[in-house]
Design a protein around this ligand. Structure first.
Ligand code: ATP
Length: 348
């Protein structure tokens, strides 16, 4: 069992608030992803769990035990960093073995543990190379093997894929997902990449400026974003957001009019929809000239200005038109998300 509890954690440096009122229980064996833009407090939160940073306020419990005053080495957590942090003068075998030596694990068990970890990340043929003789992806796999070699209670990963090229990121991502499934260790994973978060997480914590915006499964966060920040951060492309006024179930903004919306909110709102839920039609909610056309292979993305913003419609892959041509798009009321214009909070 390794449940991790963060009870009302705050981190301040002088007047600057790095993390504010972070309160969450991470279940045993859960894969939790901290997601948000640069500087939102993800790494700081993870470093507090690891013991590399003190919380200004609040309690951190691992397995029911308060660990605030424990050194990192006594918390039974293993970390994987973006920078790999390998020892350049040790070969792969010795790098993977290092945590076992530091923790004075019985030397008779080392070889089997190193070989098991190396096998899990497919590194057995590179055991006698040094880090300088490996590719970035192989180095990252050494860092992963080193973290799993001693089967920690909690696995902490800080942007482990961000130094890899796009293709390698996808395959290493799949490998991490598979590893987490096999190891069944509570994992906290930091990223600013929403696709990584959506594909890996059991639950995602979306953060902005030190504050948790929403906690939920990838589906919950995608289908019911709690506010415009989450809506504009999740999804590829992100949700289209338009400003306008809602009156008796009719939303009106520049170049846009949608009928049949809920009637219990009236006044200025931000209306959101996903580009794949809209379609080009003979008549419909948006009428505007085309601002840009992007061929994506499986679809053509048509972008127009409406409701004070750039919004997109996912059209058929063979759709062709010129920039400036007028288009009309249908946006069914049932797929719309409505947010308060001032606070950005979800209204429905
Ligand atoms: P990134 O994705 O860029 O790593 P992050 O979400 O992980 O960002 P953190 O590293 O947690 O962000 O930093 C959160 C905020 O706290 C940032 O504004 C950062 O500048 C600030 N911060 C981090 N460490 C310190 C420190 N030692 N002293 C003062 N401010 C700090």
């Amino acid at each position: 069992m390794a449940e991790v509890q963060l009870r009302n954690i705050n981190k301040r440096w002088g007047d600057f608030v790095g993390v504010e009122n972070f309160d969450l229980t991470i279940a045993d064996r859960e894969f939790l992803v901290l997601l948000g833009p640069s500087g939102c407090g993800k790494t700081t939160t993870m470093r507090m769990i690891a013991g590399l940073e003190d919380a200004t306020e609040g309690d951190i419990l691992i397995d029911g035990k308060r660990v605030n005053d424990l050194d990192p080495k006594d918390r039974d957590v293993a970390m994987v960093f973006q920078s790999y942090a390998l020892y350049p003068n040790l070969d792969v075998y010795e790098n993977i073995r290092f945590p076992l030596k530091v923790r004075k694990v019985d030397p008779a068990t080392h070889d089997a543990a190193v070989m098991r970890a190396a096998e899990m990340v497919e590194l057995t043929e590179f055991l006698h190379r040094r880090p300088a003789e490996l590719s970035g992806g192989q180095r990252q796999r050494v860092a992963l093997a080193r973290a799993i070699v001693r089967q920690p209670n909690v696995f902490l990963m800080d942007e482990p894929l961000s130094n890899l090229d796009a293709k390698l990121r996808v395959s290493t991502r799949a490998q991490i997902k598979n590893l987490s499934h096999e190891l069944k260790v509570t994992t906290v994973y930091v990223t600013h990449d929403q696709i990584e978060a959506m594909t890996l997480a059991d639950r995602v914590v979306v953060m902005s400026r030190g504050v948790v915006q929403q906690v939920g499964t990838p589906t919950e966060i995608y289908d019911k974003p709690a506010n415009t920040f989450v809506a504009s951060f999740i999804g590829n492309p992100a949700m289209c957001l338009m400003d306008g006024t809602l009156t008796n179930g009719v939303f009106e903004g520049k170049n846009v009019r949608i009928e049949g919306l809920p009637t219990h909110h009236n006044g200025p709102v931000t209306l959101g929809y996903r580009a794949e839920d809209a379609s080009l039609a003979d008549s419909g909610a948006i009428t505007a000239p085309i601002y840009s056309l992007e061929l994506l292979g499986d679809a053509t993305m048509v972008t127009v200005r409406a409701g004070g913003a750039m919004v997109s419609i996912k059209a058929h892959k063979d759709y062709r038109a010129e920039i400036g041509d007028p288009v009309t798009a249908d946006i069914p009321a049932g797929i719309c998300h409505i947010f308060d214009a001032a606070s950005g909070k979800r209204l429905d």
